[in-house]
Design a protein around this ligand. Structure first.
Ligand code: PLP
Length: 395
C-alpha cells in the first residue's frame, strides 16, 4: 500500500532525534537544568539584529504579492544576481546569476544536486565521519553511497583509501569542511591533492567526477584555518550552501546551489538542477527569505559564543583525560569513547544525564559527537558529569 522504502525512513527516526526525544522526556522528569543535552546541531545564538530589521522593512514596504508570491524556480533574479556578485567578490570566481539556484537550505541543495547528476548504478563517495542524511539523500536517487574512512588520529582524508574507492562508477564526491560531526577543516594542501587525484581519475575513466562542497559551516571557523573555496581549485564542482548556521536561520529554510561555470557541462548541470528542483516539488525557495538574505550576505550571527564553548569544553575534557579531535570550526566535537563500543559508552553517559551521540551513524566506530551549540552555562555545569563518567571507567 505504501512505498516500503519511505515507510522504513518514516518509521525509523535518526539516532540524533531519538536521543533528543529521550532528552525531552528526561527533562520533564528531573528538570531541564539537570540534563546535559548535546544532541542537536541547532544554532543557539540568535540571528543578527539586521535580519529582524530587514524583515520588518520588507513586511512594511513590499507589496504582499511580491513578498509572499512565487519567484521563478531558480529564485528571484535580483537575489541571484546579488548572491553571484557576492561569490565573485569574496572568492574571486566568475559567478553569474545563471550559476546560482536558490534553495530551501543545504539539505535541499544536496538532494537537488544529487538528483540532478546521479543515476541508478552511480556511486557517490563521502568521507566518514559524515552527516548521516547523506545516506538517505544518495540512496533515494538509486545511487550507492560509498564511504571512505578518514585517518583515525586526525580525521583528515586518507588518500590511499580514497584512491582505492574511486572506480568507473564514481559520479561524485562530497566534501564537508568544516565538518559535521568532527569540526575538522580540510587543509589547503589536502584540498589541492584531492583536486589533483580527481583530475587524474577523470582522465583515467574519461568522465566527469563532480566534487560537491556541502558547506553550511563555512563561516564558523575559530582557528584562522583557511576554508578553501572548492571552485577555485577544481573545475567540476558544485557548492551547496545554507544560511541555517551562519545566520542562525535553520527553520527558515534558505540556501543556494552554485554550479561552477568552469565545468564543461555547467549549463547542462544547471538545467538538470532546475529539473531536479521541479521534480522534487520545491517550486521555489521561500521568497521573503530570499529577499532577506540578499540584504545580509556579509552578515553572520555572533558565532564567538561557539568559539568560547569550544575552548571551554576542549580544555576541560582533555584535562580530565579524554582524547578529543580538536575542532577548527562548526560547533561539534568528536571525542574518543572510553570503550570500543560507542553505543555502550553513550548508554553509560546517560547515567550521568549526558546526552552525546554515538559515532556509528556517522560511519565510524568508537567516538561520540558533542554538539556545543548550547548555552555556555550548560557546558560549565556539565563538566562534573563528564568527570564522573571518566572516573566510572577508571575506578
Ligand atoms: N549538511 C550538513 C553537514 C549539516 O550538518 C546539515 C545540518 O545540520 C545540513 C547539511 C542541512 O542543513 P540545512 O538546515 O541548511 O538544510
Amino acid at each position: 500500500m505504501v512505498s516500503p522504502k519511505m515507510l522504513e525512513l518514516g518509521k525509523k527516526s535518526s539516532v540524533i532525534r531519538e536521543i533528543f526525544e529521550y532528552g525531552l522526556k528526561r527533562k520533564a522528569e528531573i528538570g531541564a537544568e539537570n540534563v546535559f543535552d548535546f544532541s542537536l546541531g541547532n544554532p543557539s545564538v540568535p540571528a543578527p539584529q539586521k535580519v529582524t530589521d530587514v524583515i520588518n522593512k520588507l513586511v512594511s514596504e513590499t507589496p504582499a504579492e511580491v513578498l509572499h508570491g512565487y519567484t521563478s524556480g531558480p529564485g528571484d533574479m535580483k537575489v541571484r544576481t546579488k548572491v553571484a556578485e557576492y561569490i565573485a567578490n569574496k572568492f574571486g570566481v566568475d559567478a553569474k546569476a545563471g550559476n546560482v539556484y536558490m534553495t530551501c537550505g543545504a539539505a535541499a541543495s544536496l538532494t537537488i544536486t544529487l538528483n540532478a547528476i546521479v543515476e541508478e548504478g552511480d556511486e557517490v563517495i563521502a568521507f566518514a565521519p559524515f552527516f548521516p542524511e547523506y545516506r538517505v539523500f544518495v540512496e533515494q536517487t538509486g545511487a550507492k553511497l560509498v564511504t571512505v574512512s578518514c585517518k583515525k588520529d586526525d580525521l583528515q582524508i586518507d588518500f590511499e583509501a580514497l584512491e582505492a574507492s574511486i572506480n568507473k562508477n564514481t559520479k561524485a564526491v562530497i566534501i564537508n569542511s568544516p565538518n559535521n560531526p568532527s569540526g575538522v577543516i580540510v587543509p589547503e594542501e589536502d584540498v589541492i591533492r584531492l583536486a589533483e587525484l580527481l583530475n587524474k581519475k577523470q582522465q583515467e575513466y574519461g568522465k566527469e567526477i563532480i566534487l560537491i562542497s556541502d558547506e553550511p559551516y563555512r563561516e564558523l571557523v575559530f582557528t584562522g584555518e583557511k576554508v578553501v573555496y572548492i571552485p577555485t581549485v577544481y573545475d567540476n564542482s558544485v557548492v551547496c550552501y545554507s544560511y541555517s548556521k551562519a545566520l542562525s536561520l535553520p527553520g527558515e529554510r534558505i540556501g543556494y546551489i552554485f554550479v561552477s561555470p568552469k565545468m564543461k557541462s555547467s549549463a547542462d548541470v544547471f538545467a538538470a538542477v532546475c529539473g531536479a528542483g521541479r521534480a522534487l516539488g520545491y517550486v521555489c525557495a521561500p521568497s521573503m527569505m530570499q529577499y532577506v538574505i540578499s540584504e545580509c550576505l556579509d552578515d553572520t550571527a555572533d558565532v564567538s559564543v561557539y568559539e568560547k564553548n569550544r575552548n571551554l569544553l576542549y580544555n576541560a575534557l582533555t584535562d580530565i583525560g579524554y582524547t578529543v579531535i580538536k575542532p577548527d570550526g562548526a560547533f561539534y566535537m568528536f571525542v574518543k569513547a572510553l570503550e570500543d563500543d560507542a553505543n555502550a559508552f553513550y548508554e553509560r553517559a546517560k547515567k550521568f544525564d549526558l546526552l552525546i551521540v554515538p559515532s556509528d551513524s556517522f560511519g565510524v566506530e568508537g567516538f561520540v559527537r558533542i554538539s556545543y551549540c548550547v548555552d555556555t552555562d550548560l557546558i560549565e555545569r556539565s563538566i562534573p558529569a563528564f568527570k564522573s563518567l571518566y572516573e566510572d571507567y577508571n575506578k
